[in-house]
Design a protein around this ligand. Structure first.
Ligand SMILES: *Cc1c(COP(=O)(O)O)cnc(C)c1O
Length: 338
C-alpha cells in the first residue's frame, strides 16, 4: 500500500531528514534564562523577515494570539474580529476566558475582508456602559484567501482614526506573500504585532513566532511565562523553525500550484470548488455525499477534512507532490463515478 496522502491540513507535515539533522545539531541553552542561542537566532531571523524589532518563540499559534491579546488589551477591553477568524472561533474562547477580553465579531465578506464602515459602527463610545474597544485583529491568509494589500493600508487608517492597535494572525503570512507576489514584511508593515506559524506549510513540528516592537515582545514574554510557555532547551525546536524559514518559504508556490491542480481535477470530475488562491481547496459536494466521500477516500489512503454541511477541505503541503495530487484525484474519480 503506498503512503497515505494526507490533505486534511498543512499541519500534518513531518520534519524532513535535513530538518531533523538541523535539530540534532542545534546549540542550546536555557531559554527561560534567555541564553538559548538558537531560539535567539530564530527570533531575530523571523523579526528580520517580517520587518519587526523583536520576536518571541511560542509553543503554538493559539498561544501567540493569546499573548498578543493580553498585551494589547486589559481586562474588560474588547477586540474587533471576523466571526470566522481562528483567534475568535477556533481557540477555545481563550481570549474571553483567559484574557478577560470580549470579542466584538463582524461578518467576513467573500474575499475575507471586514467592512471598515461596519467596524466603525461597532467601536464603542467612551462611556463606562461599554467595553473599551482597543484592537483590530485580521487574519491573512484567511480560509486560504489573501487580503489585498490596499485593504490593509485602509484598515491601518481606520485603526488610527479610532486609536486601535492592530494584530495580524499571520499563521500563513508566507502563503499570502507567495500568492500575492508581495514581501511578507510589506504585508506585516501596517500591524503592531504579527503571529506566524512555523508548523503549518513551513513544515516545522512545533511552534509559532510572535513579532512586534521590543517593548511589546518583552510584555508578551511575561504572559508567555504565565501561560506555561517558558521553555528550556527549546533551541532544538527553534532549529526546526530556522530550517523552515530558510528552506521552506521559497517552495510554498509549489503547494499553491498543486492546490490549483487539485481544484482543476475536481472540476473535471464535476465538483465545484472555490477559486484557489493559496494551498487550500474547498470542494462543494452535496451534503448527503460528504460522509461517504470522506470514508471512500480514507479507505484508499487519502485523508480529507469533511463535515456535513461544510465544503470538503483539502490542503496541500510539502509532503504532497503533483503525483500525490493525481493519485488522490484517481481515488476521488472512483467515488464520483467518472
Ligand atoms: C493554525 C492556526 C492558528 C493556531 O495555531 P496552533 O499552532 O494550531 O495553535 C491560528 N490562526 C490560524 C489562521 C491558523 O490557521
Amino acid at each position: 500500500m503506498p503512503a497515505t496522502i494526507d490533505l486534511r491540513s498543512d499541519t500534518v507535515t513531518r520534519p524532513t531528514v535535513a530538518m531533523r539533522e538541523a535539530m540534532a545539531a542545534a546549540e542550546v541553552g536555557d531559554d527561560v534564562f534567555g541564553d538559548d542561542p538558537t531560539v535567539q537566532r530564530l527570533e531575530e531571523l523571523a523579526a528580520g523577515m517580517l520587518g519587526k524589532e523583536a520576536g518571541a518563540f511560542v509553543t503554538s499559534g493559539t498561544q501567540s494570539n493569546l499573548c498578543a491579546l493580553l498585551v494589547h488589551c486589559a481586562r474588560g477591553d474588547e477586540y474587533l474580529v471576523g466571526q470566522e477568524a481562528h483567534c475568535y472561533l477556533f481557540e477555545g474562547g481563550g481570549g474571553a476566558t483567559l484574557a478577560s477580553v470580549q470579542p466584538q465579531t463582524v461578518r467576513q465578506r467573500a474575499d475575507g475582508t471586514l467592512d471598515l464602515a461596519e467596524l466603525a459602527a461597532l467601536v464603542k463610545p467612551d462611556d463606562f456602559h461599554y467595553a473599551r474597544t482597543r484592537l483590530l485583529c485580521l487574519e491573512n491568509t484567511t480560509w486560504g484567501k489573501v487580503l489585498p494589500v490596499s485593504y490593509l493600508a485602509g484598515a491601518r487608517g481606520f485603526a488610527d482614526r479610532h486609536g486601535l492597535a492592530m494584530h495580524l494572525d499571520g499563521a500563513r503570512i508566507f502563503n499570502a506573500a507567495a500568492a500575492g507576489g508581495t514581501a511578507a514584511a510589506e504585508i506585516a508593515a501596517p500591524f503592531d504585532s504579527v503571529s506566524v506559524c512555523l508548523s503549518k506549510g513551513l513544515g516545522a513540528p512545533v511552534g509559532s513566532v510572535l513579532l512586534g516592537r521590543r517593548d511589546f515582545i518583552r510584555e508578551a514574554k511575561r504572559w508567555r511565562k504565565m501561560l506555561g510557555g517558558g521553555l528550556r532547551q527549546s533551541g532544538l525546536l527553534a532549529a526546526a523553525g530556522i530550517h523552515a524559514l530558510e528552506h521552506h518559504v521559497g517552495r510554498l508556490a509549489e503547494d499553491h500550484a498543486n492546490a490549483k491542480r487539485l481544484a482543476r481535477g475536481l472540476a473535471d470530475l464535476g465538483v465545484d470548488c472555490d477559486p484557489v488562491q493559496t494551498n487550500m481547496v474547498f470542494a462543494h459536494l452535496d451534503a448527503p455525499q460528504i460522509a461517504g466521500f470522506v470514508e471512500h477516500a480514507r479507505a484508499r489512503g487519502v485523508l480529507v477534512a469533511g463535515y456535513a454541511g461544510d465544503p470538503v477541505r483539502m490542503v496541500t503541503h510539502l509532503d504532497v507532490d503533483a503525483g500525490g495530487v493525481d493519485r488522490a484525484l484517481g481515488v476521488f474519480a472512483t467515488f464520483l463515478g467518472a
